[in-house]
Design a protein around this ligand. Structure first.
Ligand SMILES: *[C@@H]1O[C@H](CO)[C@@H](O)[C@H](O)[C@H]1NC(C)=O
Ligand SMILES: *[C@@H]1O[C@H](CO)[C@@H](O)[C@H](O)[C@H]1NC(C)=O
Ligand SMILES: *[C@@H]1O[C@H](CO)[C@@H](O)[C@H](O)[C@H]1NC(C)=O
Ligand SMILES: [Zn+2]
Length: 537
């Protein structure tokens, strides 16, 4: 009996936080292969994947520009449901519809587990799809040799990994990040941060884990003060509270969270002033839109104290859409003749799922789709590789035998064995769980908020937050070497494949990369020969 009480206590204690950290029931498990704790293991795994698939890849083009679009928590059922909603909003049955990027010819699946967890969070997956290395749950930009919150281990050079953003910068290309979450949140931080804990977004969070914020620098400060973050040309998203002191209130009334007295928004601007670089800081949509005419060299846009609002609930005078942010970022980065790397995250698909807000999750997916479509309009297919993926799945279920054309965010035409109605889209777990009455499920249609945006679809297992799923997520690719992205492979191959196609990074490079250099040398030779002719003939 006491064992049961203890078990319930543990379940309660560890299920009250989103992305909980400790498993509640420990078993006698096989050892993890220690080779996985080193980056070489994942680099070699990716190299083998490229060698295997490059034989069926005749592409001679290389990618000057790279855009990685990541829908956080955008599972395969989420895609199927979102495309149906899109079709139904256009007045059709819906199921036959296609999300724009679903038409890309390179389509694959990736395995999302991280080194110590079967089911991943957004920090270890970001390290996989941005740094090409799998690591531990909750950690960013470091190998699995770093346990969560082990500040000292995260400072050891061999344990720190580079992101594809760093590979692009090393080649003279520009880099930008765009997200609907805080720019210091797990996914975007994978482009620039090395942190033993994803929650160390400001110095107070480092202190609260009894670590020294002067040794383990918080994520916001890494973005503004350190490489590669300080070289990013465009940074757009939410999260002002991580940048300003506790004593300060931001433009829209959110208090800051920093206890080191730093105002990183000012410091970011001062750095550009000191380096005589044109720059702007914007905090609302109007100001962002006014930058389209002639954007500065560096742009920082922080549109909310924390995450940006769901588009269906946002005030569009103050919050830009993901599409608008993506367009401006691409216009800015396209000025670099050598090309660029841009990371774009639809970050709130995940949050809506965690709350069992299915309609909001689908709408955020459609907003994400618009941003991808805009990018394809702005970037030529023969020199720009666009990859669209998700970091991990969610436990949304697309279920029943509902007839064709039934509203996707509505009720199924099926009934359960107690003759009770259920939704076509429900969840395995989460806050939408209802207590049964006399062993029979609630009639959800009687909920007072049924049909509203923040109505929670029903769930089986009660949890404060719905969880991620451990199933594979899809990858869609368009542009040079898109064929490499077909198949089923480790998520950590993604940045290696992109780097291969773009002739950057420490790994294998496409054949066309030599071609690109040859063209370059030939062009120089032609110029010299012509000059010689003009001078001497
Ligand atoms: C981390 O390293 C510092 C400096 O070497 C040392 O003072 C401290 O005790 C170490 N912390 C732990 C937990 O090992
Ligand atoms: C957006 O989110 C903020 C909190 O982040 C909230 O204060 C605000 O009311 C929300 N709604 C709109 C329309 O901006
Ligand atoms: C902002 O919202 C208004 C009213 O809903 C709409 O007409 C307009 O197109 C929106 N603008 C943008 C940029 O989304
Ligand atoms: Zn999540």
């Amino acid at each position: 009996m006491w064992a049961n009480v203890l078990y319930l206590f543990l379940v309660f204690a560890f299920t009250t936080a989103r992305h909980p950290e400790v498993s509640t029931v420990r078993q006698n498990l096989p050892d993890i292969n220690p080779a996985e704790f080193k980056s070489e293991y994942w680099y070699n795994e990716a190299k083998a994947g490229i060698e295997k698939r490059r034989r069926s890849d005749p592409d001679q083009n290389v990618a000057k520009n790279l855009v990685l679009f990541m829908g956080d928590g955008m599972s395969v059922p989420t895609l199927a449901a979102a495309r149906t909603l899109k079709g139904q909003l256009a007045g059709n049955t819906g199921e036959e519809e296609e999300l724009f990027f679903e038409g890309f010819l390179g389509v694959g699946l990736v395995k999302t587990y991280c080194v110590n967890h079967q089911i991943a969070d957004s920090a270890c997956t970001a390290t996989a799809y941005l740094c090409g290395v799998k690591n531990n749950y909750g950690t960013t930009g470091v190998t699995a040799a770093v346990a969560r919150r082990d500040c000292n281990a995260s400072l050891v050079e061999a344990n720190r990994v580079q992101s594809i953003a760093e590979w692009a910068l090393a080649d003279g290309r520009d880099v930008g990040i765009v997200t609907t979450t805080r720019v210091t949140h797990a996914s975007p931080s994978g482009t620039y941060a090395k942190s033993a804990d994803r929650h160390w977004e400001n110095d107070a969070e480092v202190l609260s884990d009894s670590q020294d914020p002067e040794r383990c620098i918080d994520v916001a400060r890494q973005l503004v003060y350190m490489n590669p973050g300080k070289q990013f040309k465009v940074i757009l998203g939410g999260g002002r509270r991580e940048f300003i002191p506790e004593s300060m209130i931001d433009e829209e009334g959110t208090p800051g969270r920093r206890t080191d007295g730093r105002n990183l928004i000012n410091d970011w601007q001062q750095d550009k002033i000191d380096r005589k670089l044109s720059h702007a800081y914007v905090w609302n949509a109007e100001q962002l839109r006014s930058q389209f005419e002639s954007p500065p060299e560096y742009l920082l846009g922080l549109f909310e104290g924390t995450h940006m609002n769901y588009t269906l609930e946002a005030n569009n005078d103050t919050e830009p859409t993901l599409e608008e942010m993506t367009e401006l970022a691409i216009r800015m980065l396209s000025r670099n003749k050598k090309g660029f790397f841009l990371f774009v995250e639809g970050g709130r698909i995940d949050h809506a799922h965690h709350d069992n807000y299915v309609h909001l999750a689908l709408d955020e997916t459609l907003e994400f789709e618009k941003a991808v479509k805009k990018a394809t309009e702005l970037l030529p297919e023969d020199n720009s590789l666009i990859v669209v993926t998700a970091d991990h799945s969610h436990v949304i279920a697309f279920n029943g035998y509902t007839v064709r054309g039934t509203p996707i965010v509505g009720i199924s035409d099926e009934i359960d064995s107690d003759r009770m109605r259920f939704m076509t889209l429900s969840y395995t777990n989460g806050p939408g769980a209802r207590k049964q009455v006399d062993g029979i499920r609630d009639d959800i249609r009687e909920d007072s908020d049924f049909g509203q945006l923040r109505w929670r679809s029903h769930a089986d297992v009660p949890l404060v937050d719905e969880t991620h799923g451990g199933d594979d997520v899809a990858v869609f690719a368009r542009g040079p070497h898109y064929r490499l992205f077909t198949g089923l492979y480790e998520q950590s191959q993604i940045p290696h494949l992109m780097a291969y196609a773009a002739c950057i990074g420490p790994g294998l490079q496409a054949e066309g990369c030599n071609g690109a250099n040859t063209v370059h040398v030939t062009a120089i030779l032609i110029v010299i020969t012509t000059a010689v002719k003009i001078l001497f003939l």
